[in-house]
Ligand binder design. Structure first.
Ligand SMILES: Cc1cc2nc3c(=O)[nH]c(=O)nc-3n(C[C@H](O)[C@H](O)[C@H](O)COP(=O)(O)O)c2cc1C
Length: 176
């Protein structure tokens, strides 16, 4: 699979996963892809915890309400350190976003599905902090996103996207 076909085939998957486990080898490849992403001033503010232990997954799902990705055999938790890159400039959001997209593409290439769950867990009820407590995440690190990993049991829903011409141009805004 080429990078461009992985980009085009990737979809947010919110359906059921097959019970097949994901090998540590593949989970490591996915996390390596995430950590290979660029980061502002190379500060490498993103860290990862992959959970594939059934008991820890059970504890995590107990604090996610409403539930998401309950059947996924693995969950990659994305942590950030909101430290400045230079002066008062912090690129932590850009850093973890680049890492997440790299992982979503690696997940696609390896034949799994996933979904970028950030809004759901960082809302006012702060599910992210409850997950961080379960994983013994120390002060200075914030859990911002979870990515389920597994083999999809269903077809993903295809979202409606705006046409290319509505959002991208050559040489000037709305140029041709
Ligand atoms: C910053 C960010 C936060 C997101 N949070 C959630 C979320 O909490 N729950 C969810 O179901 N999808 C979430 N998504 C996935 C988007 O809903 C999804 O990317 C969008 O609907 C387009 O669909 P596609 O990924 O299949 O192209 C998030 C995506 C991004 C980039």
């Amino acid at each position: 699979m080429t990078v461009i076909s992985a980009i085009k085939n990737r979809r947010s998957y919110r359906g059921k996963y097959k019970p097949d486990s994901v090998s540590r080898e593949n989970l490591t490849k996915i996390m390596e892809a995430g950590l290979a992403a660029p980061s502002g001033c190379n500060k490498q503010t993103t860290s990862l915890i992959c959970v594939d232990d059934i008991e820890i997954l059970r504890q995590i799902h107990a604090v996610i309400d409403p539930p998401i990705a309950k059947t996924a055999p693995a969950l990659i938790c994305v942590l950030t350190q909101r430290i400045p890159a230079y002066r008062d400039k912090c690129f932590a959001v850009q850093d973890y976003s680049a890492a997440i997209e790299n992982m979503l593409l690696a997940i696609e290439e390896l034949g799994y599905r996933s979904c970028w769950y950030e809004g759901h867990i960082t809302d006012d009820d702060r599910i992210c902090d409850k997950i961080a407590d379960i994983l013994n995440v120390p002060d200075g690190y914030e859990l911002v996103c979870v990515l389920p990993v597994g083999i999809a049991e269903e077809e993903p829903v295809i979202p409606v996207k705006k046409d290319f011409e509505e959002r991208a141009w050559f040489n000037s805004f709305m140029g041709n």
